[in-house]
Design a protein around this ligand. Structure first.
Ligand code: ATR
Length: 308
């Protein structure tokens, strides 16, 4: 039920109409009896500079940020968490009172004076995806093959690089982009000290190297848009004859739930992880940042499955 006291959260991006995040979070808020509501904000590029100021005036509780603003939003935030800073992208924003009270307690109201509210940025994409993978396997000392070199690849590769993985190979259609990504991650890692594990070895190449690299890989992650709705019949980048039954195949695409790549993996006997899990666990991490509470994972997962 909508009443006057609901605290508002939302997704900012462009376009946002195909998102199902609101369904996932609102199911969780309702189940937990929290007086919050999550909605979608389609923000034009021209309006991005005003979004944080406007949100503070309206006492918005938090945002998720999606394409194309995950990097551009950073300059409008007051504080950026170390991991988000190192990844170079923010997907979660929490608005907090400077004076120490924050929105963790759902009864707290944000101070209406803009100057007393801080916008803090976080990135939950990598940590969410690590949790998705960790459900089926430890990543410690593993060799991970990542296809694609965009923003999602960067968040996932960075998180894996600090999580005890031994080797990360990033292959991309445009080899140059994979080289640039690996250099960028290595630079960020050198100034990022907030971890205990040794850093993974990183290398890059073109998609022509898949056959060679996949042989001794433990986990294959697709971060490209190949096979994403509406192009569901697009040829997957890897067919079953190159996969082995000890491989874990993870597609970040969640629509469709079973992509061409996941179908190929099932034929080969590999373990599969659908993109639904990354969507779910990055949301679980964002929920924790906003509310301080553990989220009802099953409720959120069922909501996503029903929405797709
Ligand atoms: P995101 O931020 O979601 O990761 P992105 O930055 O647009 O999205 O990255 C898309 C990735 O998918 C890129 O690595 C892209 O490869 P290029 O660098 O060569 O553009 C990859 N990609 C997109 N379509 C592809 C296709 N048909 N075949 C292979 N790779 C593709």
């Amino acid at each position: 039920m909508i009443n006057g006291s609901k605290k508002v959260l939302g997704l900012i991006g462009h376009p946002v109409e195909h998102s199902i995040s609101h369904i996932m979070y609102n199911a969780a808020f309702e189940y937990m009896g929290l007086d919050n509501i999550y909605t979608l904000f389609d923000v034009s590029k021209n309006n991005l500079p005003n979004v944080i100021k406007g949100a503070k005036s309206l006492c918005i509780m938090g945002f998720n940020v999606t394409i194309p603003y995950k990097t551009d939003i950073i300059k409008y935030l007051d504080v950026v968490d170390g991991l988000a800073n190192a990844i170079g992208a923010v997907n979660t924003i929490k608005f907090e009172n400077i004076v120490g009270e924050d929105t963790n307690n759902n009864n707290n109201n944000l101070n209406h004076d803009n100057h007393n509210i801080l916008a803090k940025g976080f990135n939950t994409d990598g940590i969410g995806d690590l949790r998705a993978i960790s459900e089926v396997s430890s990543v410690k000392d593993k060799k991970i093959l990542i296809l694609g070199a965009g923003g999602a690849s960067r968040a996932v590769a960075f998180q894996l690089a600090i999580s005890g993985v031994e080797d990360i190979v990033i292959l991309n259609r445009t080899e140059k982009n994979a080289n640039i990504l690996v250099k960028g991650i290595e630079n960020s890692l050198s100034s990022f000290e907030n971890f205990k594990n040794p850093i993974a070895n990183l290398s890059s190449g073109s998609l022509n190297n898949i056959k060679n690299e996949i042989k001794n890989s433990d986990i294959l992650i697709n971060t490209t848009s190949v096979g994403m709705y509406p192009n569901i019949n697009q040829n997957p980048l890897v067919k079953n004859d190159l996969m082995h039954s000890d491989l874990i195949v993870h597609d970040l695409i969640y629509n469709p739930l079973e992509t061409g790549l996941i179908k190929e993996a099932k034929i080969s006997g590999a373990i599969t992880i659908s993109g639904l899990k990354m969507l779910l666990y990055q949301g679980v991490e964002s929920f924790k940042i906003w509310t301080g509470l553990d989220s009802p994972v099953k409720v959120m997962e069922d909501a996503i499955i029903n929405a797709i």
